[in-house]
Design a protein around this ligand. Structure first.
Ligand SMILES: Cc1cc2nc3c(=O)[nH]c(=O)nc-3n(C[C@H](O)[C@H](O)[C@H](O)COP(=O)(O)OP(=O)(O)OC[C@H]3O[C@@H](n4cnc5c(N)ncnc54)[C@H](O)[C@@H]3O)c2cc1C
Length: 142
């Protein structure tokens, strides 16, 4: 059972890595993609959406490091492990969805980075305990 906490944090960390890559690709893309007389990044709706996601991801990543440090110290980390496994893959899926959306048609093609991320990230909300099961685990433990 202690191994499960480690696995859940590792899967949450994978979600952070994929989400960061998706956001980085989206910022690069939006800064150069021509749109309505400028580039996509000129659109406040795009910038604000990305800024919000960067902030939410940074907060989740900080809690993830805290939970990993607790686990290293041998503290009971079951709540954080389940909570982060419930939250970060869902956030990463939201970010991957947004990354594809802001890439437009280019988000679908296999040559680009976000198409692969959008497929890989889907597994993280299912494997190692689906989001709903993790929420039940959090509710049981708090
Ligand atoms: C790419 C991939 C790799 C995998 N690798 C491994 C591996 O290496 N080792 C391993 O052991 N397993 C592995 N799995 C299996 C994975 O752990 C299971 O798919 C996962 O635990 C979900 O179980 P299930 O597929 O039986 O879905 P089910 O248990 O049938 O659940 C289906 C869906 O129903 C919902 N659900 C389930 N239970 C509840 C509930 N209590 N309350 C509300 N909703 C619920 C969730 O949305 C869930 O996604 C892998 C799966 C995939 C897709």
């Amino acid at each position: 059972m202690r191994g499960l906490d480690h696995e859940r944090l590792c899967l949450a960390a994978q979600a952070v890595g994929l989400a960061e890559a998706a956001l980085a690709a989206t910022v690069d893309w939006a800064r150069t993609r021509p749109a309505y007389g400028g580039v996509l990044w000129d659109k406040q709706a795009v910038r604000h959406r990305v800024a919000d996601l960067v902030g939410r991801l940074a907060a989740g990543k900080t809690l993830l490091y805290h939970a990993a440090a607790q686990l290293d110290r041998g503290t009971d980390g079951r709540v954080y492990a389940a909570l982060l496994k419930a939250q970060l893959p869902e956030l990463a899926n939201e970010i991957a969805y947004t990354a594809v959306q802001f890439h437009g048609g280019a988000g679908f093609v296999r040559e680009g980075p976000v198409e692969r991320i959008s497929r890989d990230v889907r597994f993280l909300a299912i494997g190692g305990g689906a989001t709903e099961v993790m929420r039940d685990e959090v509710a049981r433990l708090i």
